[in-house]
Design a protein around this ligand. Structure first.
Ligand SMILES: [Zn+2]
Length: 204
């Protein structure tokens, strides 16, 4: 497997090995629910091939709806906890696992799903793979960042163009309407613990 990371090997779809790798990436992304634009930008496969693959795996054509472009979504309470968990894992992997690009996205998303489903089998992955992909882009573009909460010390997704000196996260100060049910409270408490442990592992 080491060769996959060797830049000397052409991993575009021009070589057989490269093509297999590209198809594998596309299948992983499609199974995770990726939208077509993500597949087109993160693999070198043609649009026609991607559409065929998509139909084979999902049994239907990809959705043609608008992609989720807004940064504000990641700031709303519930989404922010999930996004922060995802980005904490992502940054940890970039620093410690020697992966980048689409592999980092796939590996992080898999770990994120494990965390969410580990809390509660019925827990919905609030953050879709397509939103996760956008989130990484917003970080790379310097539009968003992880800010440290003054109370719990965890890293949380915030806009980058704001002052965050006295930042307190949505877990330490949840809005009144959040966590209405006991189950939701329990699930969030465990997600909080996940975010905290991922973050402290990422920032020793
Ligand atoms: Zn906090």
């Amino acid at each position: 497997m080491k060769n996959w990371h060797n830049k000397a090997v052409d991993l575009t779809a021009k070589t057989v090995a490269g093509e297999i790798q590209q198809v594998r990436i596309a299948i992983d992304l499609i199974e995770m629910g990726a939208r077509l634009q993500l597949l087109q930008e993160e693999t070198t496969l043609s649009r026609e091939r991607l559409l065929r693959l998509y139909k084979e795996i999902k049994g239907k054509s990809p959705s043609k709806g608008m992609l989720p472009y807004s940064t504000d979504w990641f700031i709303s309470w519930h989404a922010n906890i999930h996004s922060s968990l995802f980005m904490s894992i992502y940054e940890f992997l970039l620093r410690n696992a020697g992966i980048d690009g689409v592999q980092a996205l796939i590996t992080t998303y898999r770990l994120y799903l494990d965390q969410v489903q580990g809390v509660d089998d019925d827990a919905e992955p609030v953050l879709s793979i397509t939103r996760a992909w956008f989130l990484i882009r917003f970080f790379k573009a310097g539009m968003m960042q992880l800010s440290v909460c003054n109370e719990c010390g965890g890293g949380f997704v915030t806009h980058a163009n704001e002052l965050h000196e006295n930042y307190v996260c949505g877990i330490c100060h949840p809005p009144a309407r959040a966590g209405k049910t006991k189950a939701a409270k329990q699930a969030h408490a465990e997600l909080v613990a996940s975010v905290a442990s991922e973050t402290s592992a990422a920032n020793p």
